[in-house]
Design a protein around this ligand. Structure first.
Ligand code: SF4
Ligand code: FE
Length: 479
């Protein structure tokens, strides 16, 4: 298992092509724009060596019997699923931010079970290939980026109906050594500081779309791969310190648009190529695993927001006001509701034919749907308690200015005994964690709300519910 430092060094040895602000980045690990994201992901490595955290952050490989980082593990039972959720909350409490590595974790688990079922039904041999790849991931403690979301072009058209055929990642050539692929993947969390990406289809496919039914692993620095880093709210603050709020770990995961320009993938790393019948299952498995996470990681993030809110109430001298206590109670209640949902979908997990354990998809989608609302409500309450100063604070430079800094310190003070700078630091943390990019991540990360609603209705067994009502009301079966 790599340490945090070994992970960072391993990134330095890659030749990843990342563009940001129109320039090719040549110092990713040490560049302030990327450093918080790298630090956050590095913690998933570092904590595997921490005696307090290792029970959650490590596991025993079912393939080799060796101790591995849990982010490379295939869930063997519901205990593994529960430990995953607890691990995510524990890490998020330390980072206050997205640590990115769960996307690949979910991608390997989804691909593992789906390749098994696909081979059983279609007589293909993808699963064994995937197992070999997985051994490499576990052995080398690889950070895998889950690459699902295609850019999609006209959302009203299927992949094969698009005017530009590259709107969904597709196979453009097959030969005896492998395949050549083209297209782009959007919103790729953590990809610029990963080692590999695991490409999956973005939606269920029909037979005419089979050139798009594709799953494969590609190094993030493979020839033809270019990453264009996304802007985030306040990203120019990354060149200062206090105004970032969370300078060490950032606010959300770094995302990129990843372009695949005629990228060669050897057959050993291809896990679906044309089997359109299984594209939908892979999407559903991946999405449910990722939606399981959100009561864990966002629960941990919310713990930090609650802590910052309660601290600012202390600094403002309002902690004892009954409405403040009631509002903080509400924030805790919402957070624990999210966490309960993640634990519930894990406890109700079931073994798939491959032996890997899968979450209850209805409950997992319900958790994520709640996150799209509760994190906004938690943030709204935090703004209510913090006051308007959250939006009008002078900059770090003004605080430190020789001439005017004394005014900032004098007039922005709260209760006696708390330095103004501390009050500003907490407000900045709160401001950054509860606005812009951070909120949008809770809305759209792991899929937009409507994607969950589609799954909730499909999994909700409405006919059964209707029958319950009809039986009690004694209406005829046909009625
Ligand atoms: Fe992991 Fe949460 Fe980030 Fe998704 S949003 S990658 S689950 S930390
Ligand atoms: Fe996410």
């Amino acid at each position: 298992m790599k340490t945090g430092m070994e992970y960072k060094d391993s990134l330095r040895s890659l030749n990843t092509q990342v563009y940001a602000f129109g320039k090719l980045v040549d110092d990713l690990v040490d560049n302030p724009l990327f450093q918080p994201h790298v630090n956050s992901a590095a913690l998933t490595y570092e904590l595997a060596h921490d005696p307090v955290a290792e029970d959650l952050v490590t596991a025993t490989s079912h393939l080799t019997g060796k101790k591995i980082n849990r982010f490379t593990h295939i869930h063997q039972n519901t205990e593994d699923l529960i430990k995953k959720v607890k691990m995510l909350r524990m890490i998020a409490q330390r980072t206050g931010s997205c640590f990115q590595r769960c996307v690949g974790f979910d991608a390997i688990n989804a691909t593992y079970s789906v390749t098994y079922e696909m081979d059983q039904e279609l007589g293909t041999d993808y699963h064994q290939r995937f197992v070999e790849y997985l051994k490499h991931v576990q052995e080398n403690d690889i950070m895998v980026a889950g690459a699902m979301t295609d850019v999609k072009g006209d959302r009203g058209l299927r992949p094969s109906q698009q005017k530009d055929p590259d709107m969904y990642v597709r196979v453009v050539e097959k030969n005896d050594k492998g395949i050549i692929i083209n297209g782009a993947k959007a919103h790729m969390t953590g990809i610029v500081n990963s080692h590999d990406m695991l490409i999956m289809p973005t939606a269920a496919m029909k037979e005419e779309d089979k050139g798009y039914a594709l799953a494969c692993a590609v190094p993030v620095d493979a020839p033809g791969v270019i990453h264009i880093f996304g802007r985030q709210t306040n990203d120019d603050r990354k060149y200062g310190e206090i105004d970032q709020g969370n300078a060490t770990y950032g606010i959300v995961g770094g995302e990129a648009l990843t372009v695949l320009e005629n990228v060669f993938v050897p057959w050993e790393q291809v896990f679906m190529c044309g089997e359109w019948q299984f594209a939908g299952l892979l999407v559903e498995r991946f999405a449910s695993y990722h939606r399981q996470n959100y009561g864990g990681c966002k629960g941990g993030v919310a713990d930090v927001i609650i802590g910052a809110t309660a601290t600012i109430a202390d600094y403002n001298g309002v902690t004892q006001a009954s409405h403040i206590r009631d509002k903080i109670t509400e924030m805790i209640h919402l957070t624990e509701t999210l966490f309960s949902g993640s634990l519930a979908c894990s406890s109700e997990g079931r073994k798939t034919p491959s032996g890997a354990c899968f979450v209850d998809p209805l409950l997992a989608n319900t958790v994520k749907q709640n996150v799209t609302r509760f994190i906004y409500e938690i943030s709204r309450i935090s703004h209510d308690i913090a006051g308007g100063i959250l939006a009008t604070l002078p900059s770090e430079q003004d605080l430190k200015d020789e001439k005017i800094g004394k005014y900032v310190k004098k007039y922005l003070k709260g209760v006696e005994g708390v330095p103004t700078e501390d009050r500003i630091r907490i407000l900045r943390l709160l401001e950054n964690m509860t606005g812009g990019t951070a909120l949008a991540e809770s809305m759209h990360g792991a899929g937009s709300p409507q994607a969950q609603r589609v799954m909730i209705l499909r999994q909700g067994n409405l006919e059964h519910k209707k029958q319950l009502a009809k039986d009690l009301a004694k209406v005829s079966k046909k009625g």
